[in-house]
Design a protein around this ligand. Structure first.
Ligand SMILES: [Zn+2]
Ligand SMILES: [Zn+2]
Length: 284
């Protein structure tokens, strides 16, 4: 099975809480690309994430539509927690060996530079490039894992800045549908708390990786594609300890744990720490 835009869209939608549709095509040099767009909206007003599968490389590019000015400007006004998550996800991409090319208003810059937030954003260029990859070498499942990993990371960075509006009809129940970009000129995204949690989940996994922090298990590697992305996200900071207005930092407050370790963590209240879980384990 070659990388398929529909299954990529499904996976990124599930990870981020924003519904995407997928298409595919080829660059002039023959490189194949998969492209995701928020579902159900005029493409010009939103954006695409294009994942180019090159020779031993994957590039994921943020491509705003021709009429996405308001959305881009709103991204430049993201709150401090969104900015912090954006920086942390991009730093994790660099730590994982990628080059991050970022330009605001046409000027190449660095996500760590606070000056990027000082002027209104008229344009945003962002490409995450990971070279030196073993890809297109005949293992389609491994290829798809890499494509999903880098596309979800790019999506997590972009989503950190998207203007999220908490749905006023939020009932506290799990939402049946994905969040969507509303039509019209207002650049905002309606979500409920569940979707915001998923955005945090996507960011936490982009930052920490898809393996268990307590036992290093990667479910997708152990069980194959059926278990890809099967990892739980544990709140290190207990919800009961912090006030209702507390803004979760996906880097320090959330930790990926496999279902086993997560279950063991909650055998005590307050839960066992990741370090305690590591110490508990017996050599097998
Ligand atoms: Zn574990
Ligand atoms: Zn937990």
């Amino acid at each position: 099975m070659s990388p398929d835009p529909r299954s990529l869209a499904k996976r990124v939608s599930a990870e981020t809480g924003l519904a995407f549709t997928g298409t595919e095509g080829r660059d002039s040099d023959g490189s194949r690309w998969l492209e995701l767009r928020p579902a159900g909206h005029p493409p010009g007003q939103t954006f695409a994430l294009r994942t180019v599968i090159g020779w031993r490389r994957i590039d994921v590019e943020f491509r705003p539509g021709n009429f996405a000015g308001e959305l881009v400007e709103a991204m430049g006004r993201a709150d401090e927690s969104g900015r912090q998550t954006f920086r942390a996800v991009l730093a994790a991409c660099r730590d994982a060996g990628a080059d991050v090319a970022l330009a605001v208003n046409g000027i190449a810059t660095n996500p760590e530079d606070d000056a990027i937030w000082s002027a209104p954003w008229r344009s945003l260029d962002l490409t995450i490039r990971r070279g030196m990859l073993a890809i297109n070498e005949g293992d389609a499942d491994a290829d798809m894992r890499q494509i999903e990993l880098w596309t979800v990371r790019a999506a997590a960075a972009v989503l950190a800045l998207l203007p999220l509006e908490i749905d006023s009809e939020e009932s506290g129940e799990v939402a049946p549908d994905f969040a969507g970009l509303p039509e019209g000129t207002e650049a905002r995204i309606d979500v409920n708390r569940y979707e915001r949690d998923r955005r945090n989940r996507a960011a936490a996994l982009a930052i920490h990786g898809y393996f268990c922090k307590a036992c290093d298990l990667d479910m997708g590697e152990r069980y194959g594609p059926a278990a890809a992305g099967l990892i739980e996200v544990h709140h290190v900071t207990q919800v009961s300890e912090v006030g209702p207005g507390y803004i979760i930092d996906p880097k320090s407050d959330l930790m990926p744990l496999c279902p086993n370790c997560h279950a063991v963590a909650h055998r005590r209240s307050p839960p066992f720490s990741v370090d305690e879980l590591r110490e508990m384990q017996r050599p097998s």
